[in-house]
Design a protein around this ligand. Structure first.
Ligand SMILES: [Zn+2]
Length: 307
């Protein structure tokens, strides 16, 4: 019996359930990877960050524990962030989408997609928290991408360069084509951000691009190819500038209402300057992650952009 003979949706649902449990592990990674002296396996058991009590298995059931305990620690009743169940649910949702979009029968493809999406989720959350992207994710991705493309050439199936470099006259992608396209994607991903960083430094005299972003887009390019890396960057820049403007607006409103609360008159111009300075600091990794994820799952649907 093959995977495609099972009732429709059952593979995706089962995979999503596993994704929920893996999401619980991702929460551990997000918390521990950026912290010195902690690793994914040390300490072995999860602890409450507030009281340090080791958590038993009842308190570690994804989603359910949080709901049953109403978002509080069982021992010290400190609040447990809503982020934990959200990360678990997001990972389940992403894994569900991977199976649905790849088709349940193509398990090597959705397996790889799921790993990449989980990596992007971790990179996104850590970057939001600490303005850094863990090397375990970005450099790990750079090592994994060519290996994965060699084993599952379908990862580069829609990449024009991979099709061009493959021996298949019907436009299929073979291992050599997929591997070369993966390397090209890593080169383009890293290269374009390094170039933008160098230009930014020339023009603004300040570091415009973090090395973490460079490594992340390199890893992403390894999975989605050179064209994909450029489209992912364009999507990331587009969404980031919308969010950047909204963030500046938020600081502008905040600065106005604070001034009014203190009964002081502060010039609009001053508020604008505060908003521009404070609102500028947004991590870029989450937007890169979003762009890479969209290209990974929807490359064929994005072709309307250039056709
Ligand atoms: Zn506690």
């Amino acid at each position: 019996m093959s995977l495609s003979e099972l009732p429709p949706g059952s593979v995706a649902l089962a995979w999503a359930l596993l994704g929920l449990m893996v999401g619980s592990f991702l929460n551990v990674c997000i918390y521990r990877l950026p912290r010195e002296g902690m690793s994914v396996s040390r300490p072995r058991r999860s602890q409450c960050p507030a009281c340090g009590t080791e958590l038993g298995w009842v308190e570690n059931i994804p989603l359910l524990s949080w709901i049953v305990q109403a978002g509080r620690c069982r021992t010290c009743s400190a609040r447990i962030s809503l982020r934990y169940p959200l990360v678990e649910a997001s990972n389940a949702g992403l894994w569900y989408m991977a199976v649905t979009l790849a088709g349940p029968a193509d398990w090597p493809l959705w397996l790889c997609w799921s790993v990449v999406l989980s990596g992007l989720l971790v990179a996104t959350m850590v970057d939001f928290d600490c303005f850094q992207i863990p090397d375990e994710v970005s450099l790990g991705g750079c090592v994994l991408a060519p290996l994965a493309c060699l084993c599952v050439p379908g990862l580069q199936g829609e990449t024009l360069l991979a099709q061009f470099l493959s021996a298949d006259p019907l436009g299929g992608v073979d291992r050599v084509g997929a591997l070369l396209s993966s390397f090209a994607g890593m080169g383009v991903g890293a290269g374009v951000l390094l170039l933008i960083g160098a230009l930014g430094k020339r023009i603004y005299g300040a570091e415009a691009m973090g090395l973490g972003d460079v490594k992340l887009l390199a890893a992403g390019g390894g999975f989605i190819g050179p064209g994909g890396a450029l489209v992912a960057l364009a999507l990331a820049a587009l969404v980031a500038s919308v969010f950047g403007l909204l963030n500046m607006l938020r600081f502008f409103i905040l600065s106005r209402s604070r001034a009014r609360g203190r009964g002081r008159s502060v010039g609009i111009r001053r508020s604008l300057r505060v908003a521009r300075l404070a609102g500028r600091y947004l991590p870029f990794g989450p937007f890169l992650g979003l762009g890479i994820g969209i290209v990974l799952l929807a490359w064929d649907d994005l072709s309307f952009l250039w056709l």
